[in-house]
Design a protein around this ligand. Structure first.
Ligand SMILES: [Zn+2]
Length: 301
């Protein structure tokens, strides 16, 4: 179900009609500011939702792109929402695309299943296990590596890493081990942890090292935070908890737009993880209670 109301309830949505795509003087009234924009056609579904630090030039580039001519031909109007910074635009874009499923957005479609690699410690020995969304408390548990759209892609990544780091495919559960060890021992791809030539502890340390770039960071705060963005005297505070986007308070309206789907979302995690872990955004602690509410975006005083 497409919820039109979630857009209508969004404060600061400005509608912009495209009367004539050939006439760029129309487009020149779009702001050269951060925000999201929505291409609408005749139907109830948006055609495309995007974000930019310069709405006008981004919309123009869509119009000039030869491979987007089909979408432009279907477009009847553009709507936009300005944001006080890039983070706000990224969060809003990711959320809106999941709510509205625009026809031409493919990249940020909701993944049907989400998998991660978890290292299971059995009597001191580590074994990777691919676990799926049902058992997934992403960002709340240590020992998780990578987020994948399928078990297949998680196992593929594990194989790649095993081969790059000369790990034992047998001990990783990717191959059977015979009396002579795994197949990799014969090929010298495995350093021999399966037949006692390498200490298991050393092997497992190498396994952890191989996975380190994929490590999913546990939420580093006690509770929720505000990521604060400011442009001139306009302030927006994005409410975040456990890597989930909860809503944005805007100084222009003195209201909070609350988003209602707080399921873990991979795109939102990717938007947030680096700026938050590196401290490159302005963060303040927050006590923000989200009430259970219906579909859509709720605006409260
Ligand atoms: Zn081996």
């Amino acid at each position: 179900m497409v919820d039109q109301s979630c857009l209508e309830k969004l404060k600061c949505v400005k509608k912009f009609m495209i009367k004539n795509f050939a006439d760029l003087s129309d487009i020149n009234t779009l702001p050269q500011k951060s925000g999201i924009y929505i291409f609408w056609g005749e139907g109830a579904l948006p055609l495309y939702i995007g974000k930019s630090v310069n709405i006008r030039s981004r919309v123009m580039s869509h119009m000039r792109a030869a491979d987007e001519a089909k979408m432009i031909a279907q477009s009847r109007r553009v709507e936009y929402v300005e944001t006080a910074g890039e983070m706000g635009a990224l969060l809003l874009e990711a959320w809106l695309i999941k709510q509205q499923s625009p026809l031409y957005n493919i990249r940020l479609r909701r993944l049907r299943s989400l998998c991660t690699i978890k290292l299971i410690n059995t009597l001191g020995a580590l074994t990777p296990k691919v676990i799926t969304r049902q058992d997934l408390e992403v960002g709340q548990e240590e020992g998780m590596y990578g987020l994948f759209g399928s078990t297949h892609s998680a196992l593929k990544k594990l194989r790649e890493l095993a081969s790059q780091h000369n790990l034992c495919m047998g001990l990783l559960g990717l191959e059977k081990i015979s009396k002579r060890g795994c197949f990799g021992v014969q090929l010298r791809n495995c350093q021999g942890a399966c037949v006692g030539l390498e200490d298991r502890v050393v092997h497992d340390q190498r396994l952890q090292q191989a996975l380190i770039d994929l490590k999913i960071h546990v939420w580093p705060f006690e509770g929720s935070i505000h990521v604060v963005e400011q442009e001139g005297n306009w302030v927006q505070r994005h409410h975040i908890n456990n890597w989930r986007y909860l809503g944005t308070w805007c100084s222009k309206s003195n209201q909070t737009s609350t988003v209602d789907h707080h399921q873990f979302d991979l795109d939102t995690y990717k938007i947030l993880v680096k700026p938050i872990m590196l401290g490159s955004v302005n963060i303040e602690p927050a006590n923000f209670n989200v009430q259970a509410q219906g579909e859509g975006l709720i605006v409260s005083e």
